[in-house]
Design a protein around this ligand. Structure first.
Ligand code: P6P
Length: 344
């Protein structure tokens, strides 16, 4: 007799969060509540991104620049407000860090102090907004250093290694809106059903293929790269000894480039500039780009290192907006990259 096909659970993210909490004895529910506040803000941003350009002039850039010296797009500011205004008063955080703010974001007076910290890139890849290319939000949650403290959180509570994250995740505003995250037990993906206004479970236990034929990097920067990185890229493009070259795919939004490689396999690299002062330590930010993506990559069976071969999750952040190089993707592909930098 044919086995009855296993019916796919149609479960919303909110239900999933509660069910996962029920599996943890003595869970306070604070973490679940925090995630649900994040999800609510994500729905608001997704709604705005979806209709960007249709209504009030939300596209285009402002006259402001953020801490990175980058021109702030209107949707950048909107997303920053949507996430931070709801998260800083949700009662489950003690402090926040945002790509759009130079200093830490304190919890306003009169609001409860929680035991978690959040580092967030509210809208990553925003230079792509006006051309309708996929963009995303990246977030990282830690528990504060003294879980029992009711004092305001500090920068120290934020500057923790990626390996101590409680949660790492992203929202990708693409052909559909997906929220992908891990809490250290595999990686799960949810797709927004706009007709319901709910994120529904769509990708249970996401596993990154061990190998992949896609490489993703901005080759316009190759003149600045180290010889080891250049040799690796030359190798994966070569047809010597009948080898099949890899395929280049580069969107320019970390969330979109990573999400594709998570599903299809491959490798993403953002090396540092060795011959210019533009990005001597790499461009991507450790706290709210590389570390949460590295958490997801490792939980999905992949790897994430710097161009020197250091594990991203072991790096001790020294400052909120510290930059790092990033080589992330399928385990075998990153391992092959590592053989090129050990060849001293
Ligand atoms: P480049 C977007 O600005 C971002 O921070 C990442 O999302 C993306 O991977 C990278 O920068 C793209 O940088 O220099 O190739 O435009």
């Amino acid at each position: 007799m044919n086995s009855i096909p296993k019916q796919k659970k149609q479960i919303s993210l909110s239900q999933y969060i509660i069910e996962e909490q029920l599996k943890i004895p003595h869970a306070s529910g604070e973490f679940s509540a925090l995630l649900n506040h994040l999800v609510y803000a994500a729905k608001i941003v997704a709604r705005e991104v979806r209709k960007a350009g249709l209504l009030h002039d939300i596209l285009g850039s402002t006259s402001d620049t953020n801490v990175q010296g980058e021109t702030q797009m209107k949707l950048d500011q909107y997303a920053d407000g949507a996430f931070n205004n709801s998260l800083k008063i949700c009662g489950h955080l003690c402090v926040l860090a945002s790509e759009e703010h130079e200093e830490i974001i304190q919890i306003p007076n009169g609001y409860a102090m929680g035991k978690y910290t959040m580092s967030i890139d509210p809208l990553d890849g925003s230079s792509n907004i006006d051309t309708n290319v996929s963009i995303g939000t990246i977030f990282s949650i830690h528990q504060r250093l003294d879980a029992n403290s009711k004092e305001p959180g500090t920068e120290k509570d934020l500057l923790q290694r990626g390996s101590k994250q409680r949660c790492g995740g992203y929202i990708i505003y693409g052909s559909s809106t997906m929220l992908v995250f891990t809490t250290g037990k595999f990686v799960t993906g949810f797709t927004l059903d706009p007709s319901l206004g709910e994120f529904l479970l769509s990708h249970e236990n996401m596993v990154m293929p061990e190998t992949g034929n896609i490489y993703s990097t901005n080759e316009g920067n190759s003149s600045y790269w180290s010889d080891e990185v250049k040799n690796y890229i030359h190798h994966i493009k070569s047809i010597e000894s009948g080898k099949k070259p890899k395929t280049a795919r580069y969107i320019g939004s970390l969330v979109a480039d990573f999400h594709r490689n998570l599903l299809k396999g491959g490798i993403f690299l953002y090396p540092n500039d060795t011959k210019s002062s533009k990005y001597p330590n790499g461009k991507l930010r450790l706290l709210y780009e590389a570390a949460p993506m590295a958490f997801i990559a490792e939980q999905a069976g992949g790897m994430a290192v710097t161009v020197k071969g250091e594990r991203i999750l072991d790096l001790e952040p020294k400052s909120l907006h510290e930059r790092t190089t990033l080589v992330i993707g399928s385990k075998r592909e990153v391992e092959e990259f590592l053989t090129f930098i050990q060849k001293k």
